[in-house]
Design a protein around this ligand. Structure first.
Ligand code: NAP
Ligand code: ZN
Ligand code: ZN
Length: 348
């Protein structure tokens, strides 16, 4: 074991603070990574504050990790010291279930090992990216394209794949009309990726405050959901609507914006039920679906797609000492569009 610096939460009400944690020494198939950057996902806040229940403390959050390979185990073949790599939301899975065999490890039915707030197969609690180093089996490590900066690429590891996967699954491309609800961390990268896939992209935001930025990101249209006129004007418009908001919405209003066979895909996770009326679903063969991050193969495909299209996230880089303040600002939607922690500041 090695002792490393981190920031952790000791319970659901305490602010995050400096801590020392242990990491295992790399086993034969492990890669040890010096973490350079870690994004702040809204999920970190849900988990730290135990909003979904079952949180494990002390908790070191962070699953949008980029860094440099520092050491590799004797049997590692995919990576070498010095490689630019990333780690996303999970660090292991059962590898034998249908989902794992299909490359959809995120839906592993025998126990996905999340990057934090979870346990390894041997029972060791997992600790995330708000730390100096992480040790991960090479099969769960991603390669960051050479042209993407490690800080702006970090949020691709969760926000990027969370939008890329449903965009691909529901056939986004030229001629398709896609709407994204919520222009936050997930939403802003969704706009960039959907635009690069060739779709006509609409942002549905609470207000028009971020309209200028939204259009620069690649949106073709921008509407305020606070304006009832939006829901009249856009009726029957979209093939796909992806909802990134974690608050409860009037779901039926959004179903009315779908075309025949359109899908409303939930990626933001409110802690309430999603009540939908049967009529708007039946009238037009519409569906409400959910989607969770993406598998390792698809995450690498997303990173390569972003590399090829020169897409990274719009970030605000912060020292780790500002993490609690950053959480408050995320809750007020006061970030354009993702906070990323500069992990060099852990040494301060
Ligand atoms: P975020 O940066 O806070 O963005 C959420 C956006 O939702 C805000 O920027 C805001 O956009 C909008 N919003 C906030 N409060 C709202 C309200 N009361 N009513 C309507 N809209 C509101 O969060 P994020 O990191 O993108 O994550 C969003 C959600 O996705 C979280 O619940 C997170 O846990 C979940 N998530 C899911 C997955 C998955 O695999 N399914 C992966 C990662 C995260 P506007 O200002 O434009 O309105
Ligand atoms: Zn996340
Ligand atoms: Zn599995």
């Amino acid at each position: 074991m090695t002792q490393i610096k981190a920031f952790s939460a000791v319970n659901e009400t305490a602010p995050l603070s400096a801590a020392t944690i242990e990491r295992r020494l790399p086993k034969d198939n492990d890669v040890s990574i010096n973490i350079e950057y870690c994004g702040i996902c809204h999920t970190d806040i849900h988990q730290v504050r135990n909003e979904w229940g079952g949180s494990i403390y002390p908790m070191v959050p962070g699953h949008e990790i980029t860094g440099i390979v520092a050491e590799v185990g004797a049997k590692v073949t995919k990576f070498k010291v010095g490689d630019r790599v990333g780690v996303g939301c999970f660090v292991d899975s059962c590898r034998t279930c249908t989902e794992c065999k299909d490359g959809l490890e995120q839906y592993c039915s025998n126990g996905l090992v999340l990057t934090y707030n979870s346990t390894e197969h041997d029972g060791t609690p997992t600790m995330g990216g708000y730390s100096e180093k992480i040790v991960v089996n090479e099969d769960y490590v991603l390669r960051i394209p050479a042209n993407l900066p490690l800080d702006a690429a970090a949020p691709l590891l969760c926000a990027g794949i969370t939008l890329y996967s449903p965009l691909r699954h529901w056939g986004t491309g030229r001629g398709k009309k896609v709407a994204i609800i919520g222009l936050g961390g997930l939403g802003h990268i969704g706009v960039k990726i959907a635009h690069a896939m060739g779709a006509e992209v609409t942002v549905l935001s609470q207000s028009l405050k971020k309209k200028e930025e939204g259009l620069k990101l690649g949106a073709d249209h921008y509407y305020a959901t606070s304006d009832p006129e939006t829901f009249t004007e856009l009726q029957g418009r979209f093939d796909l609507i992806i909802n990134t908001v974690s608050a409860a919405l009037d779901w039926n209003l959004y179903l009315n914006l779908l075309k025949r066979d359109g899908a409303l895909v939930v990626v933001g996770i409110p802690d309430t039920n999603i009540p939908v009326n049967a009529f708007p679903l039946v009238m037009g063969r519409k569906s409400v679906a959910g989607s969770l991050i993406g598998g390792i193969k698809e995450t690498q495909e997303m990173l390569d797609f972003c590399g090829a299209h020169n897409i990274a996230c719009d970030i605000e880089l912060i020292p780790i000492q500002k993490v609690n303040e950053a959480y408050e600002r995320v809750l007020k939607s006061d970030v354009k569009f993702r906070f990323v922690i500069d992990m060099a500041t852990l040494k301060a």
